[in-house]
Design a protein around this ligand. Structure first.
Ligand code: HEM
Length: 140
């Protein structure tokens, strides 16, 4: 069961952080080749998939994360590891809030501003930091 939950957790993390990385590094810079109307059409086509994929992955991260916490931290006394885990969970929740906020409604390209893209970038950076803390927890 522990291996299964670890697999679920890592797969969901790959989908969330990898998906954000794909949007930031590949898709958004490539939108320049489309005109405004085409961007709107693409954005509308992606909205439902973005919502369901991100919400499902976040649900799986939460469920497997709670399981992992009970499994790996049950006998760990309060200290540095717990502090880093608390930091990781706090940053994850900010990331989840940004992604949920962006998914209703989902618009990748706004002619008037780049605020949505900046939120996506912030979520990606948070994801990278969360993975770094997770690697530290695993080693420590
Ligand atoms: C964006 C959100 C998250 C990402 C990207 C993420 C990513 C990861 C990764 C990559 C690992 C290492 C797995 C391994 O080495 O086998 C891990 C482990 C872990 N995660 Fe998460 N996670 C996230 C959210 C959460 C949440 C919300 C919780 C708790 C509710 C949680 C609890 C844990 C625990 C307890 C471990 C095991 C740490 C250890 O090895 O001592 N994670 N996570």
């Amino acid at each position: 069961m522990a291996t299964f939950m670890q697999w679920v957790h890592v797969m969901a993390a790959v989908v969330v952080v990898g998906g954000l990385g794909f949007l930031i590094l590949i898709l958004i810079p490539s939108l320049e080749v489309l005109n405004t109307e085409q961007r709107e059409t693409l954005s509308r086509a992606m909205a439902g998939r973005f919502r369901w994929t991100s919400w499902s992955a976040i649900t799986l991260l939460l469920l497997s994360g709670v399981y992992n916490t009970r499994y790996y931290f049950r006998e760990v006394p309060w200290g540095r590891a717990w502090e880093f885990l608390a930091l990781k969970i706090g940053l994850s929740f900010i990331l989840f809030a940004i992604v949920l906020g962006l998914s209703i409604p989902f618009r990748l390209y706004e002619p008037l501003g780049t605020r949505r893209r900046q939120w996506l970038l912030a979520a990606f950076v948070l994801g990278v930091i969360v993975v770094l803390i997770s690697a530290y927890l695993r080693r420590g």
